[in-house]
Design a protein around this ligand. Structure first.
Ligand code: DQA
Length: 150
């Protein structure tokens, strides 16, 4: 059975498609999920996509990830820059974490340059819009050893 990757999306990412398209692009989260499902299949992985506007719900999902998923891809939205609770949950979880962002957070306001998620992540991919998620899946496949050799 394919190893499962849990893709967690934080606040306001349910609004993708209409939310600041000049920053986040025109794809909806459902569009990104559909692309990731295809990319995951090609990498011998499966994906489960979730989105929440609630910090506590995200903490619960991270706590449940270990043992049920082989890797975690996390776009914590604005909680990236504020949430010690998410950081603590990620540090307690022994499942490898890859952080993603649609926008290049380092080109934006200085408050977006700090990421609590990064402190628990194996790596960070940002600035490629929806493609950031596909690149994160590639990284997960490398970490998990499922990536087919070219
Ligand atoms: C984001 C960047 C965050 O700073 C912002 O709060 C978001 C989206 C991104 O994907 O570019 O909600 O995580």
């Amino acid at each position: 059975m394919a190893l499962s990757v849990l893709v967690l999306n934080g606040p306001n990412l349910n609004l993708l498609g209409t939310r600041e398209p000049e920053v986040y692009g025109g794809q909806t989260l459902t569009d990104i999920e559909a692309t990731c499902v295809k990319r995951a299949a090609a990498l011998d992985l499966s994906v489960e996509f979730r989105q929440s506007n609630s910090e506590g719900e995200m903490v619960n999902w991270i706590q449940q990830a270990e043992g049920n998923h082989a890797a975690l891809i996390v776009n914590a939205g604005a909680y990236t820059h504020t949430s010690v609770a998410l950081l603590d949950a990620l540090l307690a979880c022994r499942t490898p974490v890859i952080e993603v962002h649609l926008s290049n957070i380092f080109q934006r306001e200085s408050f977006r340059h700090e990421s609590y998620v990064s402190k628990a992540a194996r790596g960070v991919i940002c600035g490629f819009g929806g493609l950031s998620y596909e690149l994160a899946l590639e990284a997960a496949a490398h970490l998990l050893g499922t990536r087919k050799q070219d």
